[in-house]
Design a protein around this ligand. Structure first.
Ligand SMILES: NC(=O)c1ccc[n+]([C@@H]2O[C@H](COP(=O)([O-])OP(=O)(O)OC[C@H]3O[C@@H](n4cnc5c(N)ncnc54)[C@H](OP(=O)(O)O)[C@@H]3O)[C@@H](O)[C@H]2O)c1
Length: 277
């Protein structure tokens, strides 16, 4: 009986996921797919209205999925040590998301996020470091120091802040999956985008190294390097946007990684569109 009941649960049922940059683009698509798989999605970003939009879209689609989870129910079950949301309590409160505005460049803001996640859930199963900014307007020698700081502080320092603040929760429970959203620009030269490329090359190195540090705690760390993806992130002049990667393509890779059998993990995925755009 219990086997049948558990086989009806979505694969990430009872799990808690933090997604940075969840208000639009790739982060929104990742939050949606993790929620579809049963995780409670904690949506982070600077703009509360954008996060609320993502939350509303997920809650609406969540009506189609049975066993939706709520912050309160996960909190209760986590304190009991069950690690799963009970079907009965989930039916009472179908919220699948929590909105927590957060600026990843601000350590106090990220620490406040971690404190709220700890207080409410006391667990974290998945961390998606997705928030990022770009700059593709000219050569490095013309880039202003302000732009350099904004870019590196978001794409690299922000990931460090999130890991510094949130990895201890995973270490405590001896498990979890951290996925950093990098770029093919972190594997190649990118003229007129040198600072962006540097931030993503740095992110790849950070990922490989911390993956080794956290393995001992049963924490898997992966990096996804997508090619140009059809979002508002950068102008895609001259490209066939239908052939480009879509945000959902990146989200599908995240879904593959977090549902991989526990004794192994794909540490790096390079993602390209099937046909050149
Ligand atoms: N689109 C592409 O071609 C492409 C290709 C490869 C990799 N990527 C990577 O994929 C990730 C997502 O890109 P996207 O295409 O979805 O871009 P996007 O549509 O511009 O979304 C970026 C997200 O990051 C958030 N963000 C920016 N600065 C932040 C900060 N300081 N604190 C918290 N959140 C912040 C934004 O929300 P707020 O502004 O509300 O904070 C937004 O939700 C980035 O890391 C990017 O480098 C993108």
């Amino acid at each position: 009986m219990s086997t049948i009941a558990s086989s009806l649960q979505p694969p990430l049922s009872g799990q808690v996921a933090v997604i940075t940059g969840a208000g639009r683009g790739i982060g929104r698509a990742i939050a949606t797919i993790l929620s579809d798989l049963g995780a409670h999605a904690i949506l982070c970003g600077r703009s509360r209205p954008a996060l609320e939009e993502t939350a509303a879209a997920i809650e609406q689609s969540g009506q189609r999925i049975s066993g939706g989870s709520s912050a309160r129910n996960i909190e209760k079950d986590s304190r009991r040590g069950a690690g799963k949301v009970s079907q009965k309590s989930a039916e009472k409160t179908p919220a699948k998301t929590t909105v927590i505005p957060c600026d990843v460049t601000d350590l106090a803001s990220v620490e406040a996020l971690a404190a709220q996640v700890t207080r409410t859930f006391d667990r974290l199963d998945i961390l998606i470091n997705n928030a990022g900014v770009g700059s593709f307007n000219g050569p490095l020698h013309q880039l202003s120091p302000d732009h350099w700081d904004k870019l590196l502080n978001t794409n690299l320092r922000g990931v460090y802040y999130c890991i510094r603040s949130l990895a201890p929760l995973m270490i405590k429970t001896r498990g979890g999956h951290i996925i950093n959203i990098s770029s093919l620009a972190g594997k190649n030269a990118l003229p007129n985008g040198a600072a962006y490329a540097a931030s993503k090359w740095g992110l790849n190195g950070l990922t490989y190294s911390m993956a080794e540090e956290l393995r001992a705690y049963n924490i898997r760390v992966s990096v996804i390097c997508p090619g140009s993806t059809h979002t508002d992130f950068s102008p895609h002049t001259g490209m066939n946007t239908e052939r480009m990667l879509q945000a959902s393509d990146v989200a599908h890779v995240v879904a593959m990684l977090v549902t991989q059998a526990p004794q192994s993990f794909a540490s790096e995925v390079l993602l390209r569109p099937t046909q050149k755009p």
